[in-house]
Structure formats: structure tokens, C-alpha cells
Design a binder for this molecule. Structure first.
Ligand SMILES: *Cc1c(COP(=O)(O)O)cnc(C)c1O
Length: 239
């Protein structure tokens, strides 16, 4: 299994992260129960996932469907089924939608009605519901996924008609150059969009997925309930 030095490196990164997290929670007058950590394991091996799982991490985020399914399979050979909770956080193309249903506790990145319709149709009695977040392109970046802020109300209106998709909240990824505290206005904007959406449609949206290694403290300050942490937990990704 995991080599001792690998385990020690993971333990050290995790402890360092947990200290930062505790500080961010204190600064925001929030508690551990308010924020779920999702370890982003893209480009990292199943062994690395298992090393972190052995230290108590339960939720993992993946960006690429094929890579995710292979890793889930490898992990399942070692851990009892459903020990870990998987989140899909990558761009979801409509032609891949059929491969993700039932395999992820939460899809963070819904931004296309076509994909939503395919997901909804794929669900049935065996997997009756799929929890989703709507990704918002808060920085209006052409290379990024997400619906534009002004398109959000109509998008939500259409998505909530689909009987098997359950919209749980919003997700964003601010422009990379605005890391740390510079990202905070984007997080505040997403929180406001969530509140407006709840009012307009009479919905309760429990989740705001925002904050990564470089900016999670700012996101926690603005009400993040799910933070997606890659580099800080796994080290640098090798591409
Ligand atoms: C890769 C990725 C992360 C993790 O980023 P780090 O900076 O390594 O923490 C979080 N969210 C999404 C959507 C990602 O693609």
C-alpha cells in the first residue's frame, strides 16, 4: 500500500491545510460543520486518493469523466463501496453526460440546457435523482464554462422543470489572476446571485461551491459551503 514517506508527505500537507482552514473559519465566525472540503484529485493517482482517504478525507473532486471513472474503479477494489463521495467539477460536455449519471454525489458544473436534458432523461428508478450546481461565469471569461450572470434566472427557470435534477446551489471559478483576496468580490457576487435565485423561485439552495487552494479563505468569508482544494492537499499536478 502507501509508502511511509508518501503517507508522511500527505499528513504534513493535510495538517498545514487544516490549520489554514481553522484560521479562515475563525475569521469568518463559522464552524467546521459549515464547510465541506472536496479534495481535487485530477491528475493524481488512485494511490494518492487512497493515501488521503486513509487520513480521513471523504470527498474527492474530478474534472475528466474517463479519468474519474477509472480512478473510482481502482479505489473500489480497495475500499468498501460508497466509502468515498465523488464530485464532478470539470466541464461537462453533453456527449459525456450519459457517463456521469449515478456516479457522482454532486455535479458542480451544469451550464447547458442540452446537457441538463440528457442527464434528466438518463435517470430512472435505479438512480432517481441527480444533485447539481449551476456554474456561473462570474469573470465573463470566454475560455471558461458557466452561464453568464444575466442568463442565470432563465437558466434556473428551465432547469427546475426537469423532474430528476435537483438544483442545490451555485458554483464559480474566478479569473486566476484574481487569486486570494482579489477573488472576494466574485464570491460575494455569487452569494448574492444565490440569494436572488432563492427569492425569485422560492427555492432553498443549500450550497455555494467556491474557493480553491489560493483563495478558499476569501470564499469562506463570503459563505462557501463547499471548497475545492487540489494543490494544497496533493502537491503540484504533473501535466
Ligand atoms: C483544479 C480545480 C480545483 C483545484 O485547484 P487548486 O488550485 O489546485 O486547489 C478546484 N476547482 C476546479 C473546478 C478545478 O478545476
Amino acid at each position: 500500500m502507501t509508502k511511509p514517506e508518501t503517507r508522511a508527505a500527505f499528513q504534513e500537507r493535510l495538517e498545514h491545510f487544516e490549520a489554514q482552514l481553522a484560521q479562515a473559519l475563525r475569521n469568518a465566525s463559522r464552524t467546521k460543520e459549515d464547510v465541506q472540503v472536496i479534495a481535487v484529485s485530477k491528475k493524481h493517482s488512485a494511490e494518492s486518493v487512497l493515501a488521503l482517504a486513509a487520513l480521513g478525507m471523504q470527498a474527492f473532486g474530478e474534472n475528466f469523466v474517463q479519468e474519474a471513472l477509472a480512478k473510482q474503479q481502482a479505489v473500489q477494489e480497495v475500499l468498501p463501496q460508497n466509502t468515498l463521495q465523488w464530485h464532478f467539477i470539470g466541464q461537462l460536455q453533453s456527449n459525456k453526460a450519459k457517463d456521469v449519471t449515478g456516479r457522482f454525489a454532486l455535479i458542480h458544473t451544469l451550464d447547458s440546457e442540452k446537457t441538463a436534458t440528457i442527464l434528466d432523461r438518463r435517470l430512472d428508478e435505479s438512480v432517481p435523482f441527480q444533485d447539481v450546481l449551476v456554474q456561473v461565469n462570474v469573470g465573463r471569461e470566454t475560455q471558461k464554462g458557466g452561464v453568464l450572470p444575466e442568463a442565470l434566472p432563465l437558466f434556473i427557470e428551465n432547469i427546475i422543470q426537469l423532474p430528476r435534477l435537483r438544483v442545490q446551489g451555485l458554483m464559480c471559478m474566478p479569473p486566476v489572476f484574481d487569486s486570494g483576496d482579489a477573488a472576494r468580490p466574485y464570491f460575494a457576487a455569487l452569494r448574492q446571485m444565490k440569494e436572488e435565485t432563492e427569492q425569485r423561485f422560492g427555492l432553498k439552495l443549500p450550497h455555494l461551491s467556491m474557493g480553491m487552494s489560493g483563495d478558499f479563505a476569501a470564499a469562506i468569508g463570503e459563505g462557501a459551503t463547499l471548497i475545492r482544494i487540489g494543490t494544497t492537499l496533493f502537491g503540484e499536478r504533473l501535466y
